[in-house]
Design a protein around this ligand. Structure first.
Ligand SMILES: [Zn+2]
Length: 113
C-alpha cells in the first residue's frame, strides 16, 4: 500500500472494498488477520449481519446498546503511515484516528482498476 498522509483526506489506491470496490470512504478490516479483507460500511454490515446504523464518524450502536466502531468482527481499517499494514486496533495514533473519522461513510465511487 502507498504511504498515507493523515493530513489529507485521500485514501491509498488499494484502500477499497473487497466486495463492491467502493473507495475513498471509510473501510473496515477483518480483525487479527495479517492480510485482511477490507469492506465498506454496507458490505461489512451485510457480511456480519448487523443493523446498518453506522453514523458519519463510523460509530454504531451494537446489539447490547454499546456504542462501537466495530462491525461484528470488522474493525476500522487504518493504514499505518508507511502503508505497510494496519494500525493495531487498540494502538491507532491520534492523527490516524482523525483521518479515518473524517473519511466519508460512503462516496459512491467505485474503483475501476
Ligand atoms: Zn462494499
Amino acid at each position: 500500500m502507498e504511504k498515507v498522509d493523515y493530513s489529507k483526506m485521500i485514501t491509498p489506491l488499494d484502500y477499497k472494498c473487497g466486495k463492491c470496490d467502493a473507495t475513498g470512504c471509510k473501510l473496515w478490516r477483518e480483525y487479527q488477520t495479517f492480510s485482511p479483507r477490507l469492506l465498506c460500511v454496507d458490505c461489512a454490515c451485510r457480511d456480519q449481519k448487523k443493523i446498518n446504523n453506522v453514523d458519519s464518524e463510523g460509530l454504531r450502536v451494537d446489539d447490547d446498546g454499546m456504542q462501537t466502531d466495530q462491525v461484528g468482527w470488522y474493525v476500522p481499517a487504518v493504514p499505518t503511515k508507511d502503508g505497510g499494514g494496519y494500525c493495531g486496533y487498540l494502538d491507532v495514533p491520534d492523527a490516524a484516528v482523525k483521518w479515518w473519522e473524517q473519511l466519508p461513510l460512503r462516496t459512491g465511487i467505485i474503483a475501476t482498476a
